[in-house]
Design a protein around this ligand. Structure first.
Ligand code: FAD
Length: 466
């Protein structure tokens, strides 16, 4: 053990090797559900130090867990009897090239910090989610994070042009190009994105920036029935030339959960409604955006498909609308025991899923409490179940029902948070057998000693063909 600590200190300097109580922030995840006891936390300053650490770890056969902002929700960054390799000191924004609309950044740059740097150029990095004040570029790339603006800008994968990755043996895979087209063999950049630290450690990236919208219209809309919501989204998209950036669904239970947890919070409408939608449009040149939204909503109000609508009149009102939506993770994890899922189904199957899942869960646990919030524009449902007791078997059954129903509706058990520890069982049960074999083969080729983030993401290679 001392030999390892001394060798790490030889690479980074002793001040950047933490042990004992100093490791506390890396021993627990944001949800409080996962704990780990790393051998040491090491905080390299640059790519070459990362490479030296991986060479050392390979030589000593010591597991390494890359950690960025530690906001992941699936236990993937927890290090148990492993080196926790923190990327937080690789936090330089190397350059912003406004004409090419790219930023060249290191892996430890916090998402909000990138936006602060891009803002003076009239640009932004459009990954919008509740943890953007802490999550880092290496982490959002490694989980292929989604969020509220996927409808318009795509997932993190769609926002990345180039990547620098240190492989398990310390070699540097330099894919740091700012190219929109590059068909030269396998796309190794895309392989590394969403790999959850299984295939290498991301140390830098070339990211796409977009024009900062100068016009935004944000509304809360109450609908009579959720089934009509996709048609409303399409109507607003068609009328606005595709200006919708977010389309989120919050059922009544979510509004109640928000009001209960945040004392100063307000109802979105004068009367309570079952179907509450957050709609946001954004554009750089659109003086008529507000009128367009009002016209569509007015027509739908007259037809009776919309029960009420409130358009934000100020940035303060807009922030209030978004604060409600961005409180989702805090609401879900405020109660324990909790089963949190992030499944996805096709957009036109969301209403059916939500109709059918509640009786299916109550048939198993009549007293469970249920909550959901949905990125309706992309079909990603964060479905939360608070079971009536902490029985592990009960929790497994309830989670299994949610995953199975998503898969049965041509969906996925894992839409945006990644697999980590929490979805290993679902990977075994639901992931295509050949896909698992290919993933294991790639893992073995790139990390033959299995030192990178072991025990996560990929179920143990005991794949049995049906
Ligand atoms: C309040 C809140 C709201 C959230 N909302 C969303 C949301 O809307 N959409 C969404 O997708 N997620 C959301 N998340 C989940 C989380 O923020 C994302 O998964 C985020 O991408 C994690 O980034 P991070 O820097 O914290 O990564 P970490 O938690 O540090 O790591 C995540 C995973 O990536 C690996 N990893 C980290 N850095 C590297 C690296 N440099 N190289 C290789 N592997 C690495 C880790 O080992 C781990 O497996 C939310 C979380 C919170 C707490």
């Amino acid at each position: 053990m001392n030999e390892l600590i001394d060798a790490l200190a030889g690479i980074t300097g002793p001040a950047q090797v933490l042990t004992g109580a100093d490791m506390a922030p890396w021993c627990r995840d944001w949800t409080g559900q996962y704990q780990g006891q790393p051998l040491a936390v090491v905080r390299p300053a640059n790519r070459d130090e990362v490479a030296a650490i991986l060479r050392l770890a390979s030589g000593m056969r010591v597991p390494v867990v890359p950690v960025s902002g530690n906001t992941g929700l699936n236990g993937g960054a927890m290090a148990e009897a492993a080196i926790a390799l923190s990327l937080d000191r690789l936090n330089r924004i190397r350059e912003i090239r406004p004409e090419a609309r790219v930023a060249v950044v290191e892996a430890g740059v916090i998402v909000d910090a990138l936006n602060t740097a891009a803002d003076p150029h009239g640009l932004f990095f459009p990954l919008m989610f509740g943890a953007s004040g802490s999550a880092m570029i290496g982490g959002v790339l490694s989980t292929n994070a989604g969020g509220a603006n996927v409808l318009r800008y795509g997932n993190t994968r769609d926002l990345c042009l180039g990547l620098e990755v240190v492989l398990a043996d310390g070699r540097v895979l330099d894919l740091m190009q700012a190219l929109h087209k590059n068909n030269s063999g396998f796309d190794l950049k895309d392989l590394m994105i969403g790999a959850e630290g299984q295939l290498g450690v991301i140390t830098a990236a070339v990211l796409k920036l977009h024009s900062l919208p100068t016009h935004r219209e944000t509304a809360m809309v109450a609908m009579a029935a959720l089934d009509e919501a996709p048609a409303l989204l399409n109507a607003i998209q068609d009328a606005s030339g595709g200006a919708v950036v977010a389309f989120e669904f919050m059922p009544r239970a979510f509004i109640d959960g928000h009001l209960a947890l945040f004392p100063g919070a307000r109802e979105p409408f004068d009367a309570p409604h079952a179907v509450n939608l957050l709609v946001e449009l954004a554009a750089t040149q659109a003086p008529g955006l507000g009128e367009t939204l009002e016209t569509v909503l007015g027509t739908w109000l007259e037809s009776g498909k919309i029960a009420d609508a409130v358009i934000a009149k100020s940035e303060t009102q807009r922030r209030e609308i978004w604060a409600r939506r961005e409180a989702a993770a805090e609401i879900a994890f405020a109660r324990k025991p909790v089963i949190d899922t992030d499944i996805a189904v096709p957009i036109d199957a969301v209403a059916d899923f939500l109709r059918q899942i509640e009786p299916a869960l109550r048939a198993i646990d009549p007293d469970c409490q249920l909550l959901s919030v949905t990125h309706l524009g992309d079909g990603n449902i964060h479905y939360t179940c608070w079971p009536s007791n902490n029985d592990p078997q009960l929790k497994l059954r309830l989670r299994g029902v949610i995953d199975q129903m998503a898969v049965d509706m041509a969906g996925t058990f894992s839409a945006e948070h990644g697999v980590g520890l929490s979805k290993l069982g679902a990977m075994s049960r639901h992931k295509n057998v050949v896909a698992l074999e290919v993933m294991q083969a790639i893992k073995s080729a790139l990390d033959p000693l299995g030192i990178l983030n072991p025990g996560k993401t990929l179920p143990t290679p005991k794949v049995i063909r049906p």
